[in-house]
Design a protein around this ligand. Structure first.
Ligand SMILES: C[S@@+](CC[C@H](N)C(=O)[O-])C[C@H]1O[C@@H](n2cnc3c(N)ncnc32)[C@H](O)[C@@H]1O
Length: 200
């Protein structure tokens, strides 16, 4: 989805579907098995994941292209007495970030990025993840190769995901499910646990 569409959602919607206090349980569980390290939230929104992990001694960075989301993420971090680095920027160009990250999260960002920009996104994730790092992705699945998602809707196929991230990452685990947003129709979704290949 475009920057303008996300700006409209943040500007007009008092009930943003992903505006929870806690990050998704998949992130909480995964991080609990790891030593605190550097965490990157791709499309961080109001920063719930970075704030949660910053409270648990992770060094956290969040990037989102909507200015008002980043302003609110910083406000919430200050209120929580933690100091993640929140940046307004496009996740297809993260030149301003230095590797390595131990854990990277994307909740609903990649599946809305245009097909033309996905390779740039994957290049950045691959550059920033250190060997054995985890890249945890939640995406809407769209498996019809002959028809793109309806106008304005998000979706990506598993085949496209594998083309973007293999062989730099190994797909360690997938959990398929159905997601309902704001009482709309359910859609197919999945959580992906990718691990960066250790080249040593
Ligand atoms: C479904 S929301 C999830 C927000 C956050 N990850 C959470 O779970 O609370 C997706 C977020 O990705 C951001 N986003 C989408 N495309 C982006 C891009 N190309 N660059 C930076 N942020 C992007 C949107 O502004 C939005 O905040």
């Amino acid at each position: 989805m475009s920057l303008e569409k996300f700006e409209t959602i943040y500007a007009e919607n008092n009930n943003i579907p992903w505006d929870d206090d806690l990050p998704p349980p998949e992130l909480i569980t995964t991080a609990s098995t790891l030593d605190a390290g550097r965490f990157l939230d791709i499309g961080c929104g109001y920063g719930r994941a970075a704030i949660y992990l910053a409270k648990r001694d992770w060094k956290c960075v969040g990037v989102d292209f909507v200015e008002s989301a980043i302003v609110e993420a910083k406000r919430r971090a200050t209120a929580a007495n933690v100091t993640p680095d929140f940046h307004q920027g496009d996740v297809t160009n993260l030149d301003f970030l230095q590797k390595p990250f131990d854990l990277i999260l994307d909740v609903g960002c990649l599946h809305g990025i245009s097909a033309a920009s996905r390779a740039a996104y994957a290049k950045e994730i691959t550059r920033l993840a250190q060997p054995n790092a985890w890249y945890l992705l939640f995406a809407r699945l769209w498996e019809n190769p002959h028809a793109p998602p309806p106008s304005g809707a998000s979706g990506i196929s598993e085949g496209v995901l594998k083309g973007l991230f293999e062989p730099a990452f190994t797909l360690a685990h997938v959990e398929y499910g159905e997601t309902v947003v704001s009482e709309g129709d359910p859609w197919q979704s999945a959580w992906y646990w990718w691990q960066k290949v250790d080249n040593n």
